[in-house]
Design a protein around this ligand. Structure first.
Ligand code: GTP
Ligand code: MG
Length: 293
């Protein structure tokens, strides 16, 4: 049988559940998930191998109007995902009534299949879901529309089946070994720490924080990880540290527990905080953090 393979890129507004869907599709924790918008800042690949197919999913940052240089780079990841998609998964949620018109137009022009997925159906009645589907179908007569609850793992298999049906015939894009992603372990560890920052702190602090893993050493009994949290101002540094270091201690414990699950080993995590003035607006600093322009 012919081999199928392709980039299946998940695109949509912030906070609709793109990363939750990605993780359910992969059956692994690839992307971090928080209740705050603009959690995801990079394009994150998840590679799924079957005997006669290879699906390369991409989770992407939510589409926003850029206010910072950081947003520009985030939107560049979205643009790259727009360009190389073989199949589009446009994700919306039951509370949304509008799609990103420019994006949908580009998808239509590309001629590539569009799977239009409505997330968070657990929040409304089945009748409301039917009304939603009918409304979207009217606007997008050619799209394959699937209602799901990514959080409750409802209808994810329908998305997978539709993706496989729509995949073009191609040889695999990546070697078919067990690698799940193109990103190194250090990236996923820094993301886990960033997730905990998003969950623990409010307002500008999570948006002003970036995490770099500086050291990773596997000792026989414990894995020693050192990481630096960069913030934009001294006041934010003080918030992350907390009174007598209480906040960073709590953060470290939460992050360590998840990292231990992720790498399946005991972890000693050492966190420190540094100020990198206005890094979100500084192209050079952003490049050092791995953002592209
Ligand atoms: N009720 C409900 N909540 C969901 C569902 N899927 C995701 N969520 C929640 O929606 C919030 C955002 O989820 P994410 O997966 O981080 O959303 P995202 O689209 O990746 O967001 P950005 O990375 O910020 O663009 C989190 O609090 C999730 O738990 C769902 O099916 N039902
Ligand atoms: Mg996300």
């Amino acid at each position: 049988m012919a081999h199928k393979s392709g980039f299946v890129n998940i695109i949509g507004h912030p906070n609709v559940g793109k990363s939750t869907l990605m993780n359910q599709l992969m059956g692994e924790r690839m992307s971090i998930i928080t209740p705050k918008a603009q959690t995801t800042r990079h394009r994150i690949l998840g590679i799924m191998n079957g005997e006669d197919y290879q699906i390369v999913y991409s989770d992407t940052p939510g589409i926003v109007q850029p206010h910072y240089k950081l947003h520009e780079s985030m939107m560049k990841f979205v643009q790259s995902a727009m360009q190389d998609a073989d199949v589009f998964v446009y994700l919306t949620e039951v509370g949304e009534n509008k799609f990103e018109e420019e994006v949908i137009e580009k998808i239509k022009l590309s001629g590539k299949p569009l799977i239009f997925v409505i997330n968070k159906v657990d929040l409304v009645t089945p009748e409301e879901v039917q009304i939603k589907i009918a409304g979207w179908q009217e606007q997008l007569p050619d799209a394959h529309i699937i209602p799901i609850s990514a959080k409750l793992n409802f209808n994810i298999e329908k998305v997978v089946q539709e993706v496989i049906d729509q995949l073009p015939e191609n040889p695999p894009y990546f070697p078919k070994d067990d690698e799940l992603s193109d990103r190194p372990l250090r990236f996923f560890i820094s993301e886990i720490i960033r997730e905990k920052i998003f969950l623990q702190f409010q307002k500008e602090v999570p948006y002003s924080a970036e995490v770099v893993v500086d050291g990773y050493r596997e000792d026989p009994k414990i894995t020693v990880i050192t990481a630096t949290i960069y913030v934009e101002r001294e006041t934010q540094k003080a918030i992350i540290l907390g009174h007598q270091g209480a906040a960073i201690k709590k953060l470290g414990t939460a992050a360590r527990k998840d990292i231990e699950k992720f790498i399946d080993a005991r972890v000693y995590l050492e966190l420190s905080v540094k100020v990198s003035d206005d890094w979100r607006s500084d192209e050079l600093k952003l490049k050092r953090f791995g953002y592209e322009f």
